[in-house]
Design a binder for this molecule. Structure first.
Ligand code: ADP
Length: 374
């Protein structure tokens, strides 16, 4: 099936066209500045879609789109799997808007734009939170008054689920196991970063929480901090907007070094070293914790931009894990490579793997599967 994969943001729309059977990428693109027609951007998501259709006409050469798969950030407590989009599903995604005020409304605009243009097109929503619907209550509950959960849905949801599900399958494949027998720890380290404890193929804990801010040190996000820092700063006159910007855009690697890109951080001298120490130490602590959570990991997996490409960062992290008895082979670690591979030594207590993620391929596969079974 030819699947159009859409990742619709408030002011941008990323798309790819994939052949779900072969994984082949037939087209990809990015429409920016939605809503900013003064600077040449499309007026809205419908007009952005006009541009996508124009771009696709030449690349697809007469082949047509069979179905559209959407990345939807928040599936709340309802969605544990990809679903065929109906009006009721759209309303359900909209009801989750308060939990993801920047993302879900934009995702719905993408879905509506397609429905308006191609009313009979099959659309599938693939949720970033879905893979984490298997978290046990002791992992998803925060120790706050019950009312906050009942009234506002304040709990851990977890994100990057499409990636974790995909990497679970491919890591298991590399180890010669079915996905449901994979027990290990997966670190998705991109601009946003999170880590998941997988037991028997299911997510049992993950570092992002109510929002994608909790957990690891990221490109521009702080990850874990003492929540009282927010109270302190608000008493000092910081507004809600200030705090949002501070923790989501001005913290993490960029806050520590002035750079959010790992390649620049690695080249930025002493400040870079401190930042990498903080980030690798935080990650190593999570790995130790999740080793306990899964009852003994059978693999540690690195994925996404940093996890796949920065051998220096992988080395820093694994060097902190000698208590777990795991070791990497320097030559294997430093080899570039785009396919799943093992980088640990023979002596390592369990394998350390690098497994490239591919969220668009996963969305295309999931979309085709849902459409097939509908
Ligand atoms: P996103 O979360 O935006 O999808 P990616 O998964 O593409 O992000 O990861 C982006 C991160 O990967 C950036 O910090 C970038 O510096 C890092 N990265 C990409 N290639 C390399 C490389 N060769 N060496 C070190 N870091 C890399």
């Amino acid at each position: 099936m030819i699947i159009l994969v859409i990742n619709s943001g408030s002011s941008s729309l990323k798309y790819q066209v994939r052949d779900s059977a072969t994984g082949e990428r037939l087209a990809n693109g990015l429409i920016e500045r939605i809503g900013d027609s003064a600077h040449g951007g499309p007026r809205d998501h419908a007009e952005a879609l006009d541009r996508v259709t124009q771009e696709l006409e030449s690349t697809l050469q007469g082949r047509s789109i069979d179905a559209v798969g959407h990345r939807v950030v928040h599936g709340g407590e309802r969605f544990s799997e990809p679903v065929l989009v109906t009006n009721e599903i759209i309303r359900a995604i909209e009801r989750l808007n308060p939990l993801a005020p920047l993302h879900n409304p934009a995702n719905v605009q993408g879905i509506r734009a397609i429905a308006d243009r191609w009313p009979s097109m099959k659309q599938v929503a693939v949720f970033d939170t879905a893979f984490h619907r298997t978290l046990p209550e002791h992992a998803w509950r925060y120790a706050v008054p019950d009312d906050l959960y009942k009234k506002f849905g304040i709990r851990r949801y977890g994100f990057h689920g499409t990636s974790f599900e995909y990497v679970t399958r491919h890591a298991a494949g590399l180890l010669g196991l079915p996905a449901q027998e994979f027990t290990g720890i997966i670190a998705h380290l991109g601009n946003g970063a999170s880590i998941t404890a997988v037991q028997g193929g299911r997510s049992i804990d993950t570092s992002m929480g109510f929002t994608p801010l909790e957990g690891l040190v990221m490109g521009t996000r702080s990850g874990d901090i003492d929540p009282s820092i927010l109270l302190f700063l608000s008493r000092e006159g910081y507004t809600e907007k200030d705090l949002d910007r501070l923790l989501n855009r001005e913290s993490g690697l960029v806050g520590l070094t002035g750079h959010n890109d790992m390649r620049s951080v690695e080249e930025s001298g002493d400040a870079g070293t401190v930042a990498l120490d903080i980030a690798s130490y935080r990650l190593a602590k999570y790995i130790g914790g999740y080793h306990v959570a899964v009852g003994g990991a059978q693999a540690l997996v690195f994925t996404a931009g940093i996890g796949e490409n920065s051998w220096r960062f992988r080395e820093r992290v694994v060097n902190r894990l000698s208590a777990l008895g795991i070791f990497i082979d320097d030559a294997e670690n430093q080899k570039p490579g785009g396919s799943p591979r093992e980088i640990s030594t023979e002596e390592s207590a369990f394998p350390v793997l690098v497994v490239p993620t591919d969220e668009e391929a996963a969305i295309a596969e999931a979309t085709a599967a849902v459409v097939d079974s509908a």
